[in-house]
Design a protein around this ligand. Structure first.
Ligand SMILES: CC(C)(COP(=O)(O)OP(=O)(O)OC[C@H]1O[C@@H](n2cnc3c(N)ncnc32)[C@H](O)[C@@H]1OP(=O)(O)O)[C@@H](O)C(=O)NCCC(=O)NCCS
Length: 436
């Protein structure tokens, strides 16, 4: 895995990508990991693209020190006044995505996608995306993924939301706890201790949850405010859950904002609960919902099927909103489908179309304990056929949506959606617990 990530990191730019930009009077280039000045200008462009202010010196320094794992591409316009500031940015890196059954496959993660308002809607993103995906495919990444600022951007490139996230706002005074009372103890710990515990715990729990990926460098320090560029780090409070035998099984981090009109109506915003056991999950959430002087608890990037829902006696005390969160894009159908597990033995044919002509074709999926995928010219007689785009295949990969639902929505065609649904069903609801 690391060698694939390394190869991708240092791979040359796709020739077609470079020549397409050249033909339009633009230059695409990779920003070198040691190029401090180039990285600053690239970061300027990312900040502007996401409507942030100019980065501070501390932000430049931290980003340079911590984001070396990212393959950074910039597109430059020599005719511009600030020609050293890219008019477009694109970052990607090799990571691992958990699939149903607990296996993990290499994934090309994409982030920091911006095109300057002066250069928008001229096909710059399209050229970058196609070129960088070609590079990822040529090196053997079976799948790509990203989290998005807007829903409407990436479907045309074959991405689809495979993981839905929920945001919760719980009115704690309106509900009681009916979940288990965990036998362990809760203690406050330092942010550094919390970060270290979360890092170790997450490495275990990510493989239990389809949709999670390896945590990108620097993310835990950002979450726990243990890097100098995190604002208001002093507001963060960290607790851990220890089992009766002394094992640290969970960590929660939150911050409080007070209500000046009512000191007993403060809001606790939970930035993360990492629980390695059900007891830790129950212990930490019970603690968070019973904080004195707090009337509201907020949390986001939870799954659509949280045990927490079954632990509060007044479900209407929780206002839950859902959002498309983790977008996936299958790049190699056989490699991806053969890597997940299936709870039924069955054979179905998939006719996959791909707008970028990367992963399309006809495939026979033999689901079961040892799955297999064959590439064929025609689906054999007697095997149910599912016709779908690569985006729809990516959407059903983790079991986050049923083929029955997509068939009813007119997004896939099949004579037997229930059979396809049984094949792709997963027993654990997918989740991605952060943005990247
Ligand atoms: C999103 C963004 C990168 C698009 O870049 P761009 O170079 O203008 O995109 P392209 O010109 O390649 O557009 C390709 C297609 O996507 C469509 N598209 C682009 N941005 C879109 C958006 N935000 N919503 C809906 N459609 C969009 C275009 O209309 C075009 O459609 P077409 O092929 O049917 O003509 C750019 O608008 C941007 O930087 N936005 C702010 C930062 C941001 O949100 N980045 C994404 C982070 S996940």
């Amino acid at each position: 895995m690391s060698s694939l990530a390394d190869q991708f990191h240092s791979a040359a730019l796709d020739e077609q990508l470079a020549s397409t930009f050249e033909a339009r009077g633009l230059q695409a280039a990779r920003v070198g990991d040691d190029d401090r000045e180039g990285t600053r200008r690239w970061q300027d462009a990312v900040a502007r693209g996401f409507l942030d202010g100019e980065p501070t010196e501390v932000q430049y320094t931290e980003s340079f020190a911590r984001n070396g794992y990212r393959r950074k591409v910039g597109v430059y316009d020599d005719g511009g006044v600030q020609a050293d500031v890219p008019v477009a940015t694109f970052a990607s890196w090799g990571t691992e995505l958990t699939l149903p059954g607990g296996s993990a496959i290499p994934m090309c993660a994409i982030s920091a996608v911006t095109v300057a308002p002066t250069h928008r809607r001229r096909g710059i993103l399209s050229t970058l995306m196609r070129g960088e995906l070609r590079t990822a495919v040529s090196l053997g990444f079976p799948i790509a993924g990203l989290t998005v600022s807007e829903s409407g951007i990436y479907g045309r490139f074959g991405f689809a939301p495979a993981v839905t996230a929920t945001s919760w706002e719980i009115s704690t005074r309106r509900t009681g706890w009916i979940g288990p009372v965990a036998p362990g103890r809760i203690d406050y710990v330092t942010r550094e201790q919390g970060r270290d515990a979360a890092t170790a715990l997450y490495e275990r729990v990510r493989l239990d949850t389809p949709g999670e990926i390896t945590m990108p460098g620097g993310h835990w320090d950002r979450t726990f405010g243990t890097r100098p560029d995190v604002e208001k780090a002093d507001k963060l409070r960290v607790v851990q859950y220890r089992s009766p035998s002394g094992e640290v099984e969970g960590v929660a981090i939150y911050s409080i904002s007070e209500d000046d009109d009512d000191w007993a109506a403060s809001t606790a915003t939970v930035s993360r609960v990492v629980a390695g056991t059900d007891a830790a999950y129950a212990g930490l959430w019970r603690f968070l919902l019973s904080l004195d002087l707090v009337g509201t608890v907020r949390a986001s990037e939870l799954s659509v099927d949280e045990p927490l829902w079954w632990m509060i006696d007044n479900k209407r005390a929780a206002r839950i909103t859902s959002r498309d969160h983790h977008y996936l894009r299958v790049l190699d159908v056989p490699a991806t489908l053969a890597a997940r597990s299936y709870d039924v033995d069955d054979v179905i044919a998939l006719e996959v179309s791909d707008p970028l002509e990367i992963a399309g074709g006809t495939f026979i999926l033999s689901a079961g304990e040892t799955p297999g995928v064959d590439v064929v010219d025609e689906p054999p007689l007697g095997v149910p056929v599912v016709r779908l785009g690569v985006a729809e295949l990516s959407a059903i990969l983790l079991g986050g949506v049923s083929p029955v639902t997509l068939a009813r929505a007119g997004r896939i065609e099949t004579d037997d959606p229930h059979r396809a649904a049984r094949v792709f069903a997963a027993t654990t609801t997918p989740r991605l617990s952060f943005w990247y």
